[in-house]
Design a protein around this ligand. Sequence first.
Ligand code: PMT
Length: 222
Amino acid sequence: EISKPLAGKKLMVTAGGTIERIDPVRYITNDSSGKMGFAIARVAKELGATVQLIAANTNEAPPEGIEVIQAMSAQDMYDAVLERMDDADIIIKAAAVADYRPVKQAPHKMKKSSERLSLELERTEDILQKIGELKKHQFVVGFAAETHDVDYYAQDKLKRKNCDFIVANDVTAEGAGFGVDTNIVKIYDHQGLVEQLPQMTKEQVAHRLLSLIADRLAGGSI
Ligand code: PMT
């Protein structure tokens, strides 16, 4: 008998890398494979949650019994998440969302002409920050993908974006971050470090993270 600590909870998780179009055949993206977010979705379902998975670009197979909503660009993801956040008890933002997008999207394939071409970019909206502003009862978890000063930047994001937990991964460490099946993370709350996990599969990271969330929601101390 598997225990179902998330029974009755609605969980929304985002996964994958957003795609920001330059023209119909070209885009800007990042190295996110979606593995971390999909692992969270699968494990959350095992633990009894009703799961909505908002997926940007990924090769992961849609998990059975989980509602998958496709949201390719940062704007699509913003709309998909904001539309559904009131219903969620837990929101986890594992997606790698573009911070900038091309100001203009060419309607036709761009032709080459001059030797140099500048692409003008504009800021996208920060989805997690918006969730942090609007949240009521929701338990909100952000991820922080860092290459240096991981602890400092992760805790800064936790505060600025008003999350309940932030999961920091040093994406330069071997066996951690983008594309691989394992991760090495530290989980922080507003009091500081909650837990530092050794290298483990993304499923195991998901399991530990979701167990900590279940304990917090149950009002238990960890
Ligand atoms: O998908 P995988 O290949 O398995 O890789 C996993 C991962 C490295 C992508 C994942 O573990 C991870 O760290 N995800 C967050 C990546 C990221 O965008 O980090 P960030 O530090 O740039 O952003 C911080 C947080 O703000 C994230 O929760 C992000 O979803 C959110 N954000 C960022 C920008 C934006 N416009 N809107 C956002 O909501």
